[in-house]
Design a protein around this ligand. Structure first.
Ligand SMILES: NC(=O)c1ccc[n+]([C@@H]2O[C@H](COP(=O)([O-])OP(=O)(O)OC[C@H]3O[C@@H](n4cnc5c(N)ncnc54)[C@H](OP(=O)(O)O)[C@@H]3O)[C@@H](O)[C@H]2O)c1
Length: 321
């Protein structure tokens, strides 16, 4: 992508899309096309085709999707499979029809089989039974990957697929009902600090290990892949190391400045002991993450305080009244 390439960032208001927009702007790209959902509903096939026919888009980063934690997947599985299939079918097909040069599709580490060998290599996809809790989302996303690969083979469409690890950062969702684990913890420690609660309880032993990539590093990796990766093979994008949940909780506690204690509810399940992706394929292309977990958490908590903390919203609402 050169500086004046016409680039469509789908989902630019989301966690990943907004970071990609920041990174593209920082890198000097000026011809960026964005549409929010009210201007272009990506589940509407006719609207998406008309958009691509009209706009002369050269590159697409598809960061629009229906995304959520286990609870949301469990409750709204129908929405997850329908919306994701529609969005990706419409965008991938319309982009190819309109002669787009290259498209990046985003999968997720949670698409890999439940018992994949650790660290998880790209070859593990579809090699075993998947985690049932996010099946509607995962089946849709795997269909998107297969569609990119099939369009490359049949039509020569340069569509690539990245598999991000757990992501976090500014723009994340902190709603306890629908958020992912890390922002959910930030919210709980913050609330406990304000309420003066003496303890915060973690589910399980805290020993399972998980990986987390700061979203600006993810955005940087996306630009890197657009410039340096052209293959039908999916490619993992992660930090290359992981952390025990109890250690992550302690880091978040310190970042938030919560001084109470951390306890464990051992009646709750631990989940899989480890989920770490093998990122040697990505690292072999010369890319490395730059933001440490400590720094990323600090930036994320600053953003939360400014934008998403309920007490802050309350305060500004009261000030406006
Ligand atoms: N977050 C993670 O930890 C993570 C991990 C691995 C992979 N990923 C992948 O990264 C991608 C982006 O995820 P994210 O975390 O940035 O999600 P997000 O914050 O929920 O953002 C999703 C974006 O998609 C837009 N969108 C959803 N449905 C749409 C529709 N029908 N028409 C137009 N726009 C629509 C949303 O628009 P509104 O603002 O209008 O809702 C939002 O801007 C997804 O493909 C996801 O699978 C994320």
């Amino acid at each position: 992508m050169d500086r004046n390439s016409r680039i469509f960032v789908a989902g630019h208001r989301g966690l990943v899309g907004s970071a990609i927009l920041r990174r593209l702007t920082e890198a000097g790209h000026t011809d960026l096309v964005i549409r929010d959902r009210s201007q272009l509903d990506l589940t509407d096939q006719a609207a998406v085709r008309a958009f691509f026919d009209r706009e002369g888009i050269e590159h697409v980063i598809l960061a629009a999707a229906k995304v959520g934690g286990i609870l949301a997947n469990d409750r709204f599985g129908g929405d997850f499979i329908r919306d994701n299939l529609l969005i990706q079918n419409n965008v991938i097909d319309a982009a190819w029809r309109a002669g787009v040069k290259k498209l990046l599709f985003l999968g997720s580490s949670c698409l890999y089989p439940k018992h994949a060998e650790q660290p998880i290599k790209e070859e593990a996809l579809l090699s075993g039974p998947m985690e049932p809790s996010n099946k509607p989302y995962a089946v849709a996303k795997i269909a998107g990957i297969t569609m990119c690969q099939a369009y490359r083979r049949q039509y020569g469409f340069n569509a690539i697929c990245a598999m991000p690890s757990n992501l976090y950062g500014p723009g994340d969702h902190f709603d306890p009902e629908t958020s992912h684990a890390l922002p959910g913890m930030i919210r709980r420690f913050h609330d406990a600090k304000l309420a003066g609660d003496p303890t915060v309880t973690l589910w399980g032993t805290g020993t399972p290990r998980r990986e987390f990539l700061y979203v600006d590093d993810m955005a940087d990796a996306c630009l890197h892949l657009m410039d340096h990766y052209d293959s039908e093979e999916i490619i993992n994008v992660g930090p290359g190391d992981d952390i025990a949940i109890a250690d992550l909780a302690a880091l978040i506690r310190d970042t938030v400045g919560y001084t109470g204690t951390l306890t464990h509810d051992l009646s709750k399940p631990d989940g899989h002991p480890r989920k770490l992706m093998d990122v040697s394929r990505l690292f072999a292309t010369g890319w490395r993450p730059r933001v440490s977990l400590e720094e990323g958490l600090r930036r994320t908590y600053d953003w939360f305080l400014e934008n998403a903390a309920p007490d802050r919203r309350q305060a500004s609402k009261q000030a406006a009244e």
